[in-house]
Design a protein around this ligand. Structure first.
Ligand SMILES: Cc1cc2nc3c(=O)[nH]c(=O)nc-3n(C[C@H](O)[C@H](O)[C@H](O)COP(=O)(O)OP(=O)(O)OC[C@H]3O[C@@H](n4cnc5c(N)ncnc54)[C@H](O)[C@@H]3O)c2cc1C
Length: 560
């Protein structure tokens, strides 16, 4: 059942078996895999249907051809992950993938066919053609099939425009969530919670991800005391559209799989020194492009599609073609300007093979989770499959004992706090933008310890200021039996403040892990962690023309 955004229909605050946070591939599939006798509440902060899942282009990886095998798929995954994958998780993924494809087909998903078989394409670091697709809009096709089923299922209530602001922890168990539902703030109880909040590409200014992919699930889990790991492993996609005024729209790797090649401004290949050239792993290609751009003092390289049959481009890649044409680039007769952008987060909430976090009652599925499948670098098209494989584990979810609110007041109380001024709200939004730019400069493709340390100090300073914010502080005082109604300005300010605070928490938890490999959230040595040498490459002059100091100096200092 769907409860549309801005609905005044109250969400029951008690008697839910499972609350699923996030309606991308992971959250939707989780809802369908949970036993159908459970009462499930699906919450999505978005009022629209946008998600990374919906934007996925290339496809879903699974062994389906005679010339392929589970061993080969596992070997490619482990190699891309640079030896840092969890072997058991990888084995489970590759073996269960064909079953998940069958499940999708049974649900009504129609993959592209070639001569009566599933059509497959090649993507970087795959040794066989094993990427199944629906033209270049695989994610959209997947999400639409899942949404159709969910909306017909009576045990599931799907609510759009409801943002989870806190996890409810009682007796060390996760037992519900706090939500901002339109202008209303209140707690909802459940016997288990599944985080399916996606990744954190939007922490960076250059990203292929939508705005809600800002690592919020990591911040929620972190505050709830669940272990997180491998946050230093962020995948930068080598080819996002780089065109003045255009978003970093993803130019799928499947194009290079079909024969497109990278060229620099001198007509040479920026990846000529890599063993697998255009189809080397994404971290290698991204770094090679960054170096080339730096050496040539430009902000992009080109992707030349003229090696692919134009009919095939029109047939297989209609979305990419039309998006490029929207910005005045015609890929059929000119190169597409591209540059790396933050794309996928390998690290996240630490989970076991059953998608359980270290906090009882809290599960994590999809990009928010760190299952060990991807190691230091995700193999292309393994992520949608990871959502499906781990969502399946939810069929045997273990629930906490039933607990009820002792009492609650059904009427909403007005929030007794002064409205912020309009310009104060826009200053918070500017602050978020600045943070994203700093993140790109200091934690992007090229990193070095000095800049990361400065960045950490800057964040700490800002966290200290934000901790004094009245609106945020009053959130913590809201009791479980209270329901609060916010003014419109406070609602907008709170949404932005939470965004800013959660981004800061995510950075705070992330930067020390990168700088000092053995520091936990409390600052104690806890999470054993291997420094991944391929990410230590630093190109100091790539700090671009803007230095860290000049950026911090330009930050507004009165935004709280
Ligand atoms: C442009 C692009 C192309 C891609 N192409 C491919 C591909 O071809 N193959 C592949 O395997 N992978 C691809 N990926 C990666 C893949 O799409 C993602 O890893 C995957 O979709 C993540 O799914 P998810 O369900 O975990 O998260 P998402 O799809 O990001 O969904 C997260 C959901 O959580 C909600 N949410 C977040 N925070 C809150 C909160 N506090 N309260 C309530 N709701 C919240 C969001 O609104 C959203 O509904 C691509 C990614 C992008 C961005």
């Amino acid at each position: 059942m769907l409860r549309p955004p801005f609905s005044q229909e109250p969400i029951p605050i008690n008697n839910w078996d499972v609350i699923v946070i996030g309606a991308g591939a992971a959250g939707l599939m989780t809802c369908l895999e949970l036993p159908s006798n459970l009462k499930v509440l699906l919450l999505n902060r978005n009022t629209s249907k946008v998600s990374s899942s919906r934007w996925a282009q290339g496809g879903i990886a699974s062994v389906v051809r005679q010339d392929d095998s589970f061993d080969l798929h596992a070997e490619d995954t482990l190699k891309a992950g640079d030896g840092l994958c969890d072997f058991q998780a990888v084995e489970m993924l590759v073996k269960e993938a064909p079953g998940c494809v069958e499940r999708l087909q049974n649900l009504g998903m129609i993959f592209d066919q070639s001569s009566d078989q599933l059509a497959t394409t090649l993507e970087a670091a795959h040794s066989r053609r094993r990427v199944l697709h629906v033209k270049d809009r695989t994610g959209r096709a997947l999400v639409e099939v899942l949404e159709d089923h969910i909306e017909n299922q009576k045990n599931i209530l799907h609510c759009r425009g409801v943002r989870v602001t806190e996890l409810l922890i009682e007796n060390k168990e996760c037992r519900g969530v706090q939500v901002l539902d339109g202008a209303n703030l209140y707690w909802i109880k459940s016997r288990a919670v599944v985080l399916a909040t996606g990744g954190g590409g939007h922490l960076f200014t250059n990203t292929t991800n939508p705005a809600q992919s800002s690592g919020e699930g990591i911040a929620l889990a972190w505050k709830a005391g669940a272990a997180i790991e491998d946050l230093e492993f962020v995948q930068f996609h080598p080819t996002a559209l780089k065109f003045y005024g255009a978003p970093c729209f993803l130019i799928s790797e499947a194009l290079r799989g079909e024969g497109a090649i990278l060229v620099d401004k001198n007509g040479e290949s920026p990846v000529k020194n890599l063993e697998n050239r255009d189809l080397a792993t994404r971290d290698q290609v991204s770094r090679a492009i960054m170096k080339n751009m730096h050496d040539n003092n430009v902000d992009h390289v080109g992707l030349d599609l003229r090696y692919i049959d134009p009919e095939k481009i029109v047939e297989r890649f209609p979305t990419i073609l039309s998006r490029c044409q929207d910005y005045g680039v015609n890929p059929l007769n000119e190169v597409i300007p591209v540059a790396p952008a933050a794309h996928y987060w390998m690290g996240g909430v630490k989970t076991d093979l059953n998608a359980s976090s270290t906090r009882k009652g809290l599960y994590a599925v999809g990009e928010v989770a760190s299952t060990g499948v991807h190691g230091a670098n995700r193999l292309a098209s393994n992520s949608l499959m990871e959502c499906l494989v781990f969502a399946r584990k939810m069929s045997s979810i273990v629930l906490n004992d039933l607990s009820k609110f002792e009492k609650f007041d059904r009427s909403f109380q007005e929030f007794d706090i002064e409205d912020p001024k309009e310009d104060q709200i826009s200053i918070i939004a500017e602050k978020i933008d600045e943070l994203r730019k700093l993140c790109w400069l200091n934690l992007g493709v090229s990193r070095n310890k000095v800049n990361m340390s400065k960045f950490l100090n800057y964040i700490q300073n800002d966290i200290d200021k934000l901790n004094k914010n009245d609106l945020l502080n009053s959130l913590e005082k809201i009791k479980f039996d209270q329901k609060i109604k916010l003014s419109e300005r406070n609602r907008r300010a709170l949404n932005l403040l939470l965004d800013l605070k959660n981004r800061q928490i995510t950075f705070k938890s992330r930067v020390p892990l990168i700088i000092s490999p053995f520091i936990s959230q409390e600052g104690n040595p806890l999470i054993p962690f291997v420094w991944h040498s391929s990410y230590s490459l630093s190109l100091p002059s790539l700090a671009h023309s803007t230095t860290f100091n000049s950026l911090t100096a330009s930050l507004p200092n009165n935004c709280f």
